[in-house]
Design a protein around this ligand. Structure first.
Ligand code: 26W
Length: 814
């Protein structure tokens, strides 16, 4: 596109929308205008994409996920369209800086963490590779809460992202569908067969809002369809007439709460009825949409598995299985057998966690009252499933009851997901192995062919191409630009690990990125950090299994070592944290507070001040990650082995040239295979050692008593931490949970104390190695190159080869 053309598009939109000239436009007007211009450009490609899907009878993936953690869109879309220079230049001519517009866009935070961001990265990779895909989710009015730290403690504020986010959404009222809740079932005979009638239900209308998903230098534009809940009857005039005005308004509000807010809990299932309603609402709307569309195109359902694969992102959308059965039987008149055959050849399930507290189970009564017909179908799925199991495991009641979909008055979503899918995959090699050997062992024996692995991946063009322009330019200079289309090319960058020019430039780029982060920290935290110090970063959701506590214990050890011996030759470090805690997760919130107390103590102690700093970045989100990842030297991936399904932050850090300090967990193992153990810092108990220790009675108290550092550090936390001239806060509960345990379990369930000594040992090595900048940079470069295997492009190809078998729409023009 010519700059002239772009200029007139922007000027035209500004004048038609706001009646202003470019030079008089506010930043806000400019932002919305640019978003609309970009949207128009994508819309042309979207039309072309849809036509091609139809023409080719293409098979597409429908990615169902309760979370899509998109972040900002403006720059991403401009970048993918290849118009970055053009926009920058044209806007400059209008007296406006593109970066200012980027800054005012709110993140679309429709997700909690890894699982939601993964969905967003996959949408990017699918479009880039010309694979047809539609994402389905909820149009949450409020995304993940905004985090404010007040006196060291997390408080939550609502996140109204739609002020800027709505520019990307296209309402499609014509495609709205109804979802029915509650009510009763009436059975009657209708020309020889039993018909089910659903009466007295509450109807909620699902209105789709589409976000267009562009891919890098590709003509494919896919759809992310977000459902908004609206009352089907805006005002009940009958009630209104009777004067029951309040009830009418109430019904409307009830319906609309369904898409109000994203649940901020990850890893812990609350069993709230609104959450179940969200799941059914979004699943029902999506599958109605999929089936309606298929019927319009083909007029039959038996070929559905040839045209559509439904990938469910964890168990949250599992109700799609019984809901699909319901629609095919009750609406389209299929037999149970035919409907089951189609369903189980269409749905595939990805598991993201083996943490037992995150496995979804819903009370039977709740399921029955919210969706009586779906409940009936689940009961029948369970009956038939257990009958089959009886043939496979004759007389083995124990195993069958563990595998049952309904037991102890609960519906177990993972069991339903496995029974109703043709594929079950984990998200790293280790995790998928654990699923087969342990979590889903009995299922694996029945249908081994269902189980497979797809190691996670990231949108590397966002996480390096856009977030780290300096590094992208360097890599492009050395190996050419093809790696931006084909991640395997990035491998070639390893050959430059010894090249002087590459090393010097790499060092400078990292330094610039650290300065940028240092400025951000100065502005937001008021703390001065030294860009020459090692930036040691842990950024992820706050959870005990991720062990931010282990990190803090090590920081305290370094601090006390320096206090004992102020002349100690340590590598200066800036420890940086970013983390949100689920609002109801008490221990996680205490850990955030502890980090702040430690920061307060260390940052205000002149004795250690030029050696140690501790920074907590408030409101960690995608757009902060984009500044943080490029500036990191050391990436903390320190979960208890066997707990982190994969991790994807680990991939983003290495891609930006940080070295990993980590346990042999999740994708860390594959990082190690890719770069070699000498290019990272592995420590701690292996997965089997963790299990052995726990089986044989782990004694946390013993570690506390035997290890002088642990006693000293834990005592200090117990007694109170804070700056010398300020309040000292005691963290009794944290110490208790580490050495004594609480009502809910034994002490230190995540083996923080058991891994402490080895972690400190390896941290010391990392500190020593950082002094030799050249060797460190060589290792960093090997990490950048080794990250090629973690491109979402590769993950999506794996899904496509092993599970989806989609139609490629077209080859890219060269
Ligand atoms: C309360 C319901 C609930 C339960 C679990 C909500 C969300 C979850 C997710 C499974 C949490 C999550 O984000 N899991 C992460 O998924 C990533 C992508 O596969 C992995 O890289 C992480 O290891 C895993 O923790």
């Amino acid at each position: 596109m010519e700059k002239k053309q772009l200029r007139s598009l922007i000027a035209g939109k500004l004048s038609r929308h706001y009646g202003v000239e470019p030079r008089n436009a506010t930043k806000n007007q400019m932002y919305h205008t640019c978003a609309l211009v970009v949207r128009d450009l994508m819309m042309e490609k979207w039309n072309k994409t849809q036509k091609e899907i139809e023409k080719k009878h293409a098979k597409q993936v429908c990615y169902l996920s309760l979370e899509f953690l998109i972040g900002k869109s403006l720059k991403n879309n401009i970048y993918n369209l290849g118009l970055l220079d053009e926009f920058q230049c044209v806007l400059k001519g209008m007296g406006c800086d593109l970066q200012d517009l980027v800054d005012i866009e709110e993140d679309a935070a429709l997700g909690n963490g890894g699982l939601g961001r993964l969905a967003a990265c996959y949408m990017d990779a699918l479009a880039a590779q010309n694979l047809p895909a539609t994402g389905f989710s909820i149009l949450y009015e409020y995304g993940l809460f905004k985090q404010r730290i007040i006196e060291g403690q997390q408080t939550e504020l609502p996140d109204s992202w739609l002020d800027t986010g709505r520019s990307w959404l296209i309402p499609r009222t014509d495609e709205a569908v109804e979802v029915h809740f509650g009510g009763e079932l009436v059975e009657h005979w209708e020309s020889g067969h039993l018909a089910i009638e659903h009466q007295n239900y509450t109807s909620v209308t699902a209105v789709p809002h589409d976000m267009l998903i562009s891919g890098y230098q590709s003509d494919t534009v896919n759809t992310l369809r977000l459902w908004q809940a609206k009352a089907t009857r805006t005002l009940d005039f009958k009630l209104f007439g009777e004067g029951d005005y309040l009830r009418a308004i109430e019904e409307q509000a009830m319906a609309e709460t369904i898409s109000k807010i994203l649940y901020p809990e990850d890893k812990h299932v609350e069993g709230k009825s609104l959450r179940l309603k969200q799941q059914y609402f979004f699943v029902s709307a999506s599958i109605q949409n999929i089936i309606n569309h298929h019927m319009r195109t083909y007029g039959r359902l038996d070929n559905l598995p040839k045209r559509v694969v439904i990938q469910i992102n964890d168990t949250h959308p599992t109700l799609v299985i019984p809901e699909m059965m319901r629609i095919m039987m009750d609406v389209h008149g299929l037999t149970w057998e035919d409907a089951w055959d189609i369903t189980t050849h269409t749905v595939a399930y990805t598991n993201h966690t083996i943490m037992p507290e995150a496995l979804e189970r819903w009370s039977e009564d709740l399921v029955k009252s919210i969706m009586p017909r779906v409940y009936q179908i689940i009961v029948e799925i369970n009956r038939r499933f257990c009958e089959d199991l009886w043939n496979f495991y004759p007389n083995d009641w124990d195993t069958i009851s563990k595998m049952a979909i309904i037991a102890y008055n609960e519906v177990r979503m993972a069991n339903l997901a496995i029974a109703g899918s043709f594929s079950v995959n984990g998200v790293s090699a280790l995790h998928s192995q654990i699923l087969k050997d342990d979590s889903f062992k009995d299922f694996y024996h029945v249908t081994p062919a269902k189980f497979n692995n797809v190691t996670n991946g990231i949108a590397y063009r966002r996480w390096m191409g856009q977030a780290n322009e300096g590094l992208t330019a360097l890599v492009t200079d050395k190996i050419g630009p093809d790696f931006l289309k084909d991640p395997k090319e990035l491998k070639n960058f390893a050959a430059f690990a010894e090249d002087e020019d590459t090393l010097t430039r790499f060092d400078k780029i990292k330094r610039d990125n650290k300065e940028r982060l240092a400025r951000y920290i100065k502005e937001h935290n008021g703390i001065t950090v030294d860009p020459d110090s090692m930036f040691d970063v842990q950024a992820k959701r706050l959870h005990e299994y991720k062990r931010q506590t282990l990190n803090i214990l090590h920081i305290l050890r370094m601090y006390y070592e320096l206090k004992d011996n102020p002349n100690l030759d340590v590598t200066p470090r800036t420890f940086i944290f970013g983390a949100k805690a689920a609002p109801g997760y008490y221990t996680a919130k205490q850990i955030i507070r502890l980090i702040h107390s430690v920061a307060d103590m260390i940052n205000n102690d002149p004795q250690v001040n030029d050696k140690l700093k501790v920074v907590f970045l408030e409101d960690y989100k995608v757009s902060i990650a984009e500044i943080l990842m490029p500036a990191a030297n050391l990436s903390e991936q320190i979960s208890t082995a066997g707990r982190e399904a994969s991790g994807t932050g680990n991939m983003k850090f290495m891609l930006n040239g940080a070295l990993t300090i980590g346990t042999m967990d999740g994708a860390n193992i594959e990082i190690c295979e890719s770069v070699g153990e000498e290019n990272m810092f592995i420590f701690g108990l292996r997965k089997d050692e963790v299990l052995d220790l726990q089986r044989n009675g782990y004694n946390a108290m013993y570690y506390y008593q035997q290890n002088a550092w642990l006693s000293r550090i834990l005592n200090s936390i117990q007694n109170g931490i804070g700056r010398a001239d300020g309040p000292q806060v005691s963290y009794q509960d944290i110490v208790h949970s580490l050495i004594i345990g609480n009502d809910y379990g034994t002490a230190d369930p995540y083996l923080v104390l058991a891994d402490f000594e080895d972690y400190c040992r390896v941290q010391r090595i990392a500190g020593e190695q950082f002094k030799d900048a050249k060797t460190w940079n060589q290792k960093a470069i090997i990490n950048v190159a080794g990250a090629h295997i973690f491109a979402a492009d590769r993950s999506v190809q794996d899904y496509n080869e092993r599970i989806w078998h989609l139609t490629t729409l077209w080859k890219d023009k060269k």
